[in-house]
Ligand binder design. Structure first.
Ligand SMILES: CC(C)(COP(=O)(O)OP(=O)(O)OC[C@H]1O[C@@H](n2cnc3c(N)ncnc32)[C@H](O)[C@@H]1OP(=O)(O)O)[C@@H](O)C(=O)NCCC(=O)NCCS
Length: 156
């Protein structure tokens, strides 16, 4: 019997506000806050109209993975609240989403991405080229590590 390969998910940037952005926010809350006994806070969502929202979508337009990028000064951004749906992790979707985000930001002239990695996710970001900096710190009741990656300059 022929083995059917899974279609590669589509990478998209979505505007905020939009229906897709609302679905993304619901997943961020369900996957990244509820397991900690929390909800997305006002601070989590403040100023999101000025932040950038990226997704991976399956063939039925369901969100498989998502992330938010907050501008930090003119040449950097902070990567926030990244997730891949449980059941779809470990298939390269996280790496694919990050690669898409990095290509878009590098094309737009940004030079660096910063993030606060959850302790459990530090190995993933390392595999994707992010470098730890500074001491681990506690936030939301779990240990985090500051990490960053320098983006390639766009060809002139
Ligand atoms: C962390 C997360 C985004 C990774 O996404 P993913 O789709 O499972 O990761 P990928 O399959 O793209 O993995 C890419 C590489 O990182 C490695 N990797 C993935 N998760 C890892 C982890 N937790 N620790 C160490 N390495 C990891 C993979 O083995 C793979 O290695 P390779 O270079 O040998 O191929 C996902 O597991 C997730 O959503 N976790 C729960 C939410 C979370 O912690 N988000 C991060 C908040 S800071």
């Amino acid at each position: 019997m022929a083995v059917r390969s899974r279609p590669v998910p589509r990478f998209r940037e979505v505007p905020c506000p939009s229906p897709a952005c609302r679905r993304l926010r619901a997943l961020r809350e369900a996957l990244l806050r509820r397991p900690l006994g929390l909800r997305l806070s006002t601070a989590d969502c403040k100023g999101e109209q000025r932040q950038r929202h990226f997704l991976l979508l399956d063939a039925d337009n369901r969100i498989l993975a998502g992330v938010v990028l907050r501008p930090v000064g003119p040449a950097a951004a902070q990567l926030r609240q990244m997730f891949v749906l449980p059941g779809h992790q470990g298939r390269g979707h996280g790496r694919r989403l990050l690669a898409g985000v990095e290509a878009v930001l590098a094309r737009d002239g940004l030079l660096r991405i910063h993030l606060h990695a959850r302790h459990d996710a530090v190995g993933f970001y390392r595999r994707c080229g992010y470098v730890p900096g500074g001491s681990p710190f506690r936030a939301l009741g779990i240990m985090h590590q500051r990490m960053s990656k320098r983006l390639p300059r766009p060809p002139s």
